[in-house]
Design a protein around this ligand. Structure first.
Ligand code: ZN
Length: 105
């Protein structure tokens, strides 16, 4: 019998694809005006755009469901603004090459 401290801890494996970060200023249907959007693009999944003002997200033109969770909007805005800042390191001109490399064409 294995002592409790020697048992292996179950490992959760979370697979997240590599992402290419982007920035754009575009019309937000929720805010009803132009806003800053941060984008997370993953090959085969399409880019997810999140409004830095309201926290709503869209992928392929479809708005994501809003979580049934108190304070989700504040957290989503915070993440979107961090992505906006981090996206400064990603150059738009390199985006297509990044996708071609992953998709293989
Ligand atoms: Zn918005």
């Amino acid at each position: 019998m294995t002592a409790p401290e020697q048992r292996e801890t179950p490992t959760a494996i979370v697979c997240t694809p590599p992402e290419y970060l982007s920035r754009a200023v575009r019309y937000c249907p929720t805010c009803k005006q132009r806003r800053r959007f941060s984008g997370r693009d993953a090959a085969w999944y399409g880019c997810t755009w999140t409004c830095c003002a309201c926290g709503d997200s869209w992928t392929e033109g479809e708005r994501h469901e809003r979580p049934f969770q108190r304070g989700w909007r504040k957290d989503a805005i915070k993440r979107a603004r961090k992505t906006w800042d981090d996206a400064a390191a990603f150059k738009t001109i390199d985006h297509l090459a990044w996708i071609k490399e992953r998709v293989g064409f």
